[in-house]
Write a protein that binds this ligand. Structure first.
Ligand code: ADP
Ligand code: MG
Length: 568
């Protein structure tokens, strides 16, 4: 008889702590079960187990992992299958607290590199979280037996073993298609591609699913490009946005922000049926917004802000409570510091005084009394000196007409290329504002000191994510509400683990710039995988998904405990 069965009989009815004994590895007919972490009581964070199905039981075709993208998409669809089966047959286990719960880190609309399922090596590993059954605070061995010997075997039988080639193939094909689109985008220097018939709006402010009966996207002729993609008879057509300065205009409520939001999410791939499965954006595009109240530590915002009252040095600017304009300036500079190639900006979330200053205001307020050099005066040097593109939504002012390479107008949710008309208007009605196309100015080269990460809280060291936008680091909170391209709480958990890893390894002791630190983290991702950052090696790594370097940087930049040297 299975060792686990015996153990469960022995500990039945005993104090919950007795469950600790079942930690270990067990063989089942179709898989190996690894009980990695056992919860301390029925109400605590649930236990963590892995199930490993050997390739001779469930064959994983070599072509499913021929490219990294294919592997990630295959792992993603298997995780979806497990989640779907769990959703359909809710495990029927009685008991207190989390007794009988079984869950997997369920992927949402995006396809992210994630630890939930791995097909590396010669097996499929499924990471699950389970609540070990209890009566009150005593072990319920019978229900535990049901969990391990009926529920889990059935789950694996109905998901990993049952998933058909026809279910996996579309994901593998989508991976190839995304690769092909991204490659074409690189060749043609496109920073965004939005396929015709895409559905951009979401069902509601709280649902990321596609809106029903939305107006499908239709590319304007001047921007229409055709991309041959594999596994499709017809090529894709859609709007290609070339690098440079792109202005999105249009009346209120005509779909400008919806278009920009789709673009900003397009840094991640989406599943078929999302409506944005063929909306792809430069993976190094960063949404930049105003975020008053945020911490800023030693950032050179002098390209945008100089001569603040009180003689504040803005080339080494720190504040615990940034204003709208200073926070947006810091967000721009930090994005570029981390390596952003494209900035995405929406008027709805921008500080007006950061974006423009018109003729009348220039007349009224003397230049030496205005610390802000508005973004409009730097947008060209960003493009020409730093090769950073900008996609900007601006319905309220025509000041950017003369600065833009392309002007797209949204009209009843459909885009039109109105570049020529906008240029004509700019000539006929010259703006009286004095333009000042200054050089961009200096950029910071910052090193975060090791004291920045303070993971200690009393006797314990802890960095823990609480949902998508909050990390508890020791006794400080890091709030990430303004970090819009952090899309999954598993990414936030991963960032928390990275902070802990960097803290434990003393990585910050090395005098390297933030940019170099991010390179190092990405290299570790690529070479050793996500789980290499997890606190325990060769165990359930936790529910993790890969964040981009920009969201890791954004977290460091928001540390209220940051200590930063500018190495210049
Ligand atoms: P703007 O930024 O131009 O003011 P929004 O992008 O906020 O406009 O869109 C206004 C509303 O229109 C939103 O409720 C959005 O969900 C809806 N909407 C956007 N695009 C479409 C579309 N293609 N079809 C139907 N409704 C849409
Ligand atoms: Mg808007």
């Amino acid at each position: 008889m299975n060792q686990l069965k015996k153990l469960l009989q022995q500990i039945d009815g005993k104090s919950y702590k007795g469950y600790k004994q079942i930690q270990g590895s067990y063989s089942f007919s179709n898989y190996k079960l690894k009980v990695d972490y056992v919860q301390g009581d029925p109400f605590a964070a649930p236990s963590k187990i892995r199930i490993q199905v050997a390739d001779h039981i469930k064959s994983i075709r070599p072509e499913w992992k021929r490219t990294k993208k294919r592997r990630i998409y295959t792992e993603d669809v298997i995780a979806r299958k497990v989640a779907e089966v769990l959703d359909k047959n809710k495990p029927n286990v009685k008991g207190s607290g989390k007794s009988g719960m079984v869950s997997i880190d369920q992927p949402k609309q995006e396809i992210l590199e994630r630890t939930a399922v791995s097909i590396e090596g010669d097996q499929t590993t499924v990471c699950l979280t389970v609540g070990l059954p209890a009566n009150g605070r005593r072990i319920n061995g019978k229900e535990a037996d049901k969990l391990f010997f009926t529920i889990l075997p059935n789950l694996i039988k109905d998901s990993v073993l049952a998933i058909k080639e026809e279910e996996i193939t579309p994901f593998v094909e989508l991976a190839d298609q995304h690769d092909a689109i991204l490659e074409r985008m690189r060749e043609e220097k496109l920073i965004s591609f939005i396929a015709d018939d895409s559905i951009l709006p979401r069902a509601s402010g709280v649902s990321d699913r596609p809106m029903k009966n939305a107006v499908p996207f239709e590319s304007p002729e001047q921007n229409r490009i055709t991309i041959e993609v594999p596994h499709r008879n017809e090529p894709l057509t859609g709007m290609g946005i070339r690098e440079g300065i792109v202005l999105i205009v249009g009346g209120g409520y005509h779909g400008k922000s919806t278009l920009l939001n789709a673009m900003e999410r397009g840094v991640y791939p989406h599943i078929k049926g999302d409506g944005r499965e063929f909306v792809l954006t430069d993976p190094d595009a960063v949404k930049v917004r105003a975020e008053d109240g945020r911490q800023v530590t030693n950032v050179d915002i002098s390209p945008f802000i100089k001569n603040l009252p009180g003689n504040v040095d803005t080339s080494r600017f720190s504040t615990e409570n940034a204003s709208g304009s200073t926070s947006q300036a810091a967000n721009v500079v930090e994005a570029i510091e981390a390596g952003a190639q494209t900035l995405l900006i929406d008027e709805d979330t921008s500080a007006t005084n950061f974006m423009i200053r018109d003729e009348r205001m220039q007349q009224l307020v003397a230049p030496e009394k205005e610390p802000i050099t508005p973004f409009i005066d730097k947008i060209k040097s960003l493009r020409d000196e730093l090769e950073v593109s900008t996609i900007l939504v601006m319905g309220g002012s025509g000041e950017y007409f003369s600065e833009s390479d392309q002007v797209i107008m949204m009209d009843e949710y459909l885009p039109y290329n109105v570049t020529d008309r906008a240029k004509e208007i700019a000539e006929q009605h010259p703006s009286g504002r004095e333009t000042n196309h200054a050089k961009f100015g200096s950029l910071p080269s910052r090193h975060f000191l090791s004291q920045s990460i303070q993971a200690r809280k009393g006797k314990k060291e802890k960095v823990q994510a609480k949902g998508r936008t909050l990390i508890l680091m020791g006794s400080t909170e890091i709030t990430l509400d303004g970090v819009e391209q952090l899309v999954d709480s598993s990414q936030t958990r991963m960032i928390a683990d990275i902070l802990m890893h960097v803290y434990k390894k003393g990585t910050l002791k090395k005098e390297q710039t933030l940019h170099q630190l991010l390179d190092q983290i990405e290299e570790q991702f690529d070479q050793k995988g996500l789980s290499s950052f997890a606190p325990f090696q060769d165990q359930h790594p936790g529910e993790l998904a890969r964040p981009r370097r920009f969201e890791i940087a954004a977290t460091l930049n928001r540390l209220r405990t940051a200590k930063v040297n500018d190495l210049r």
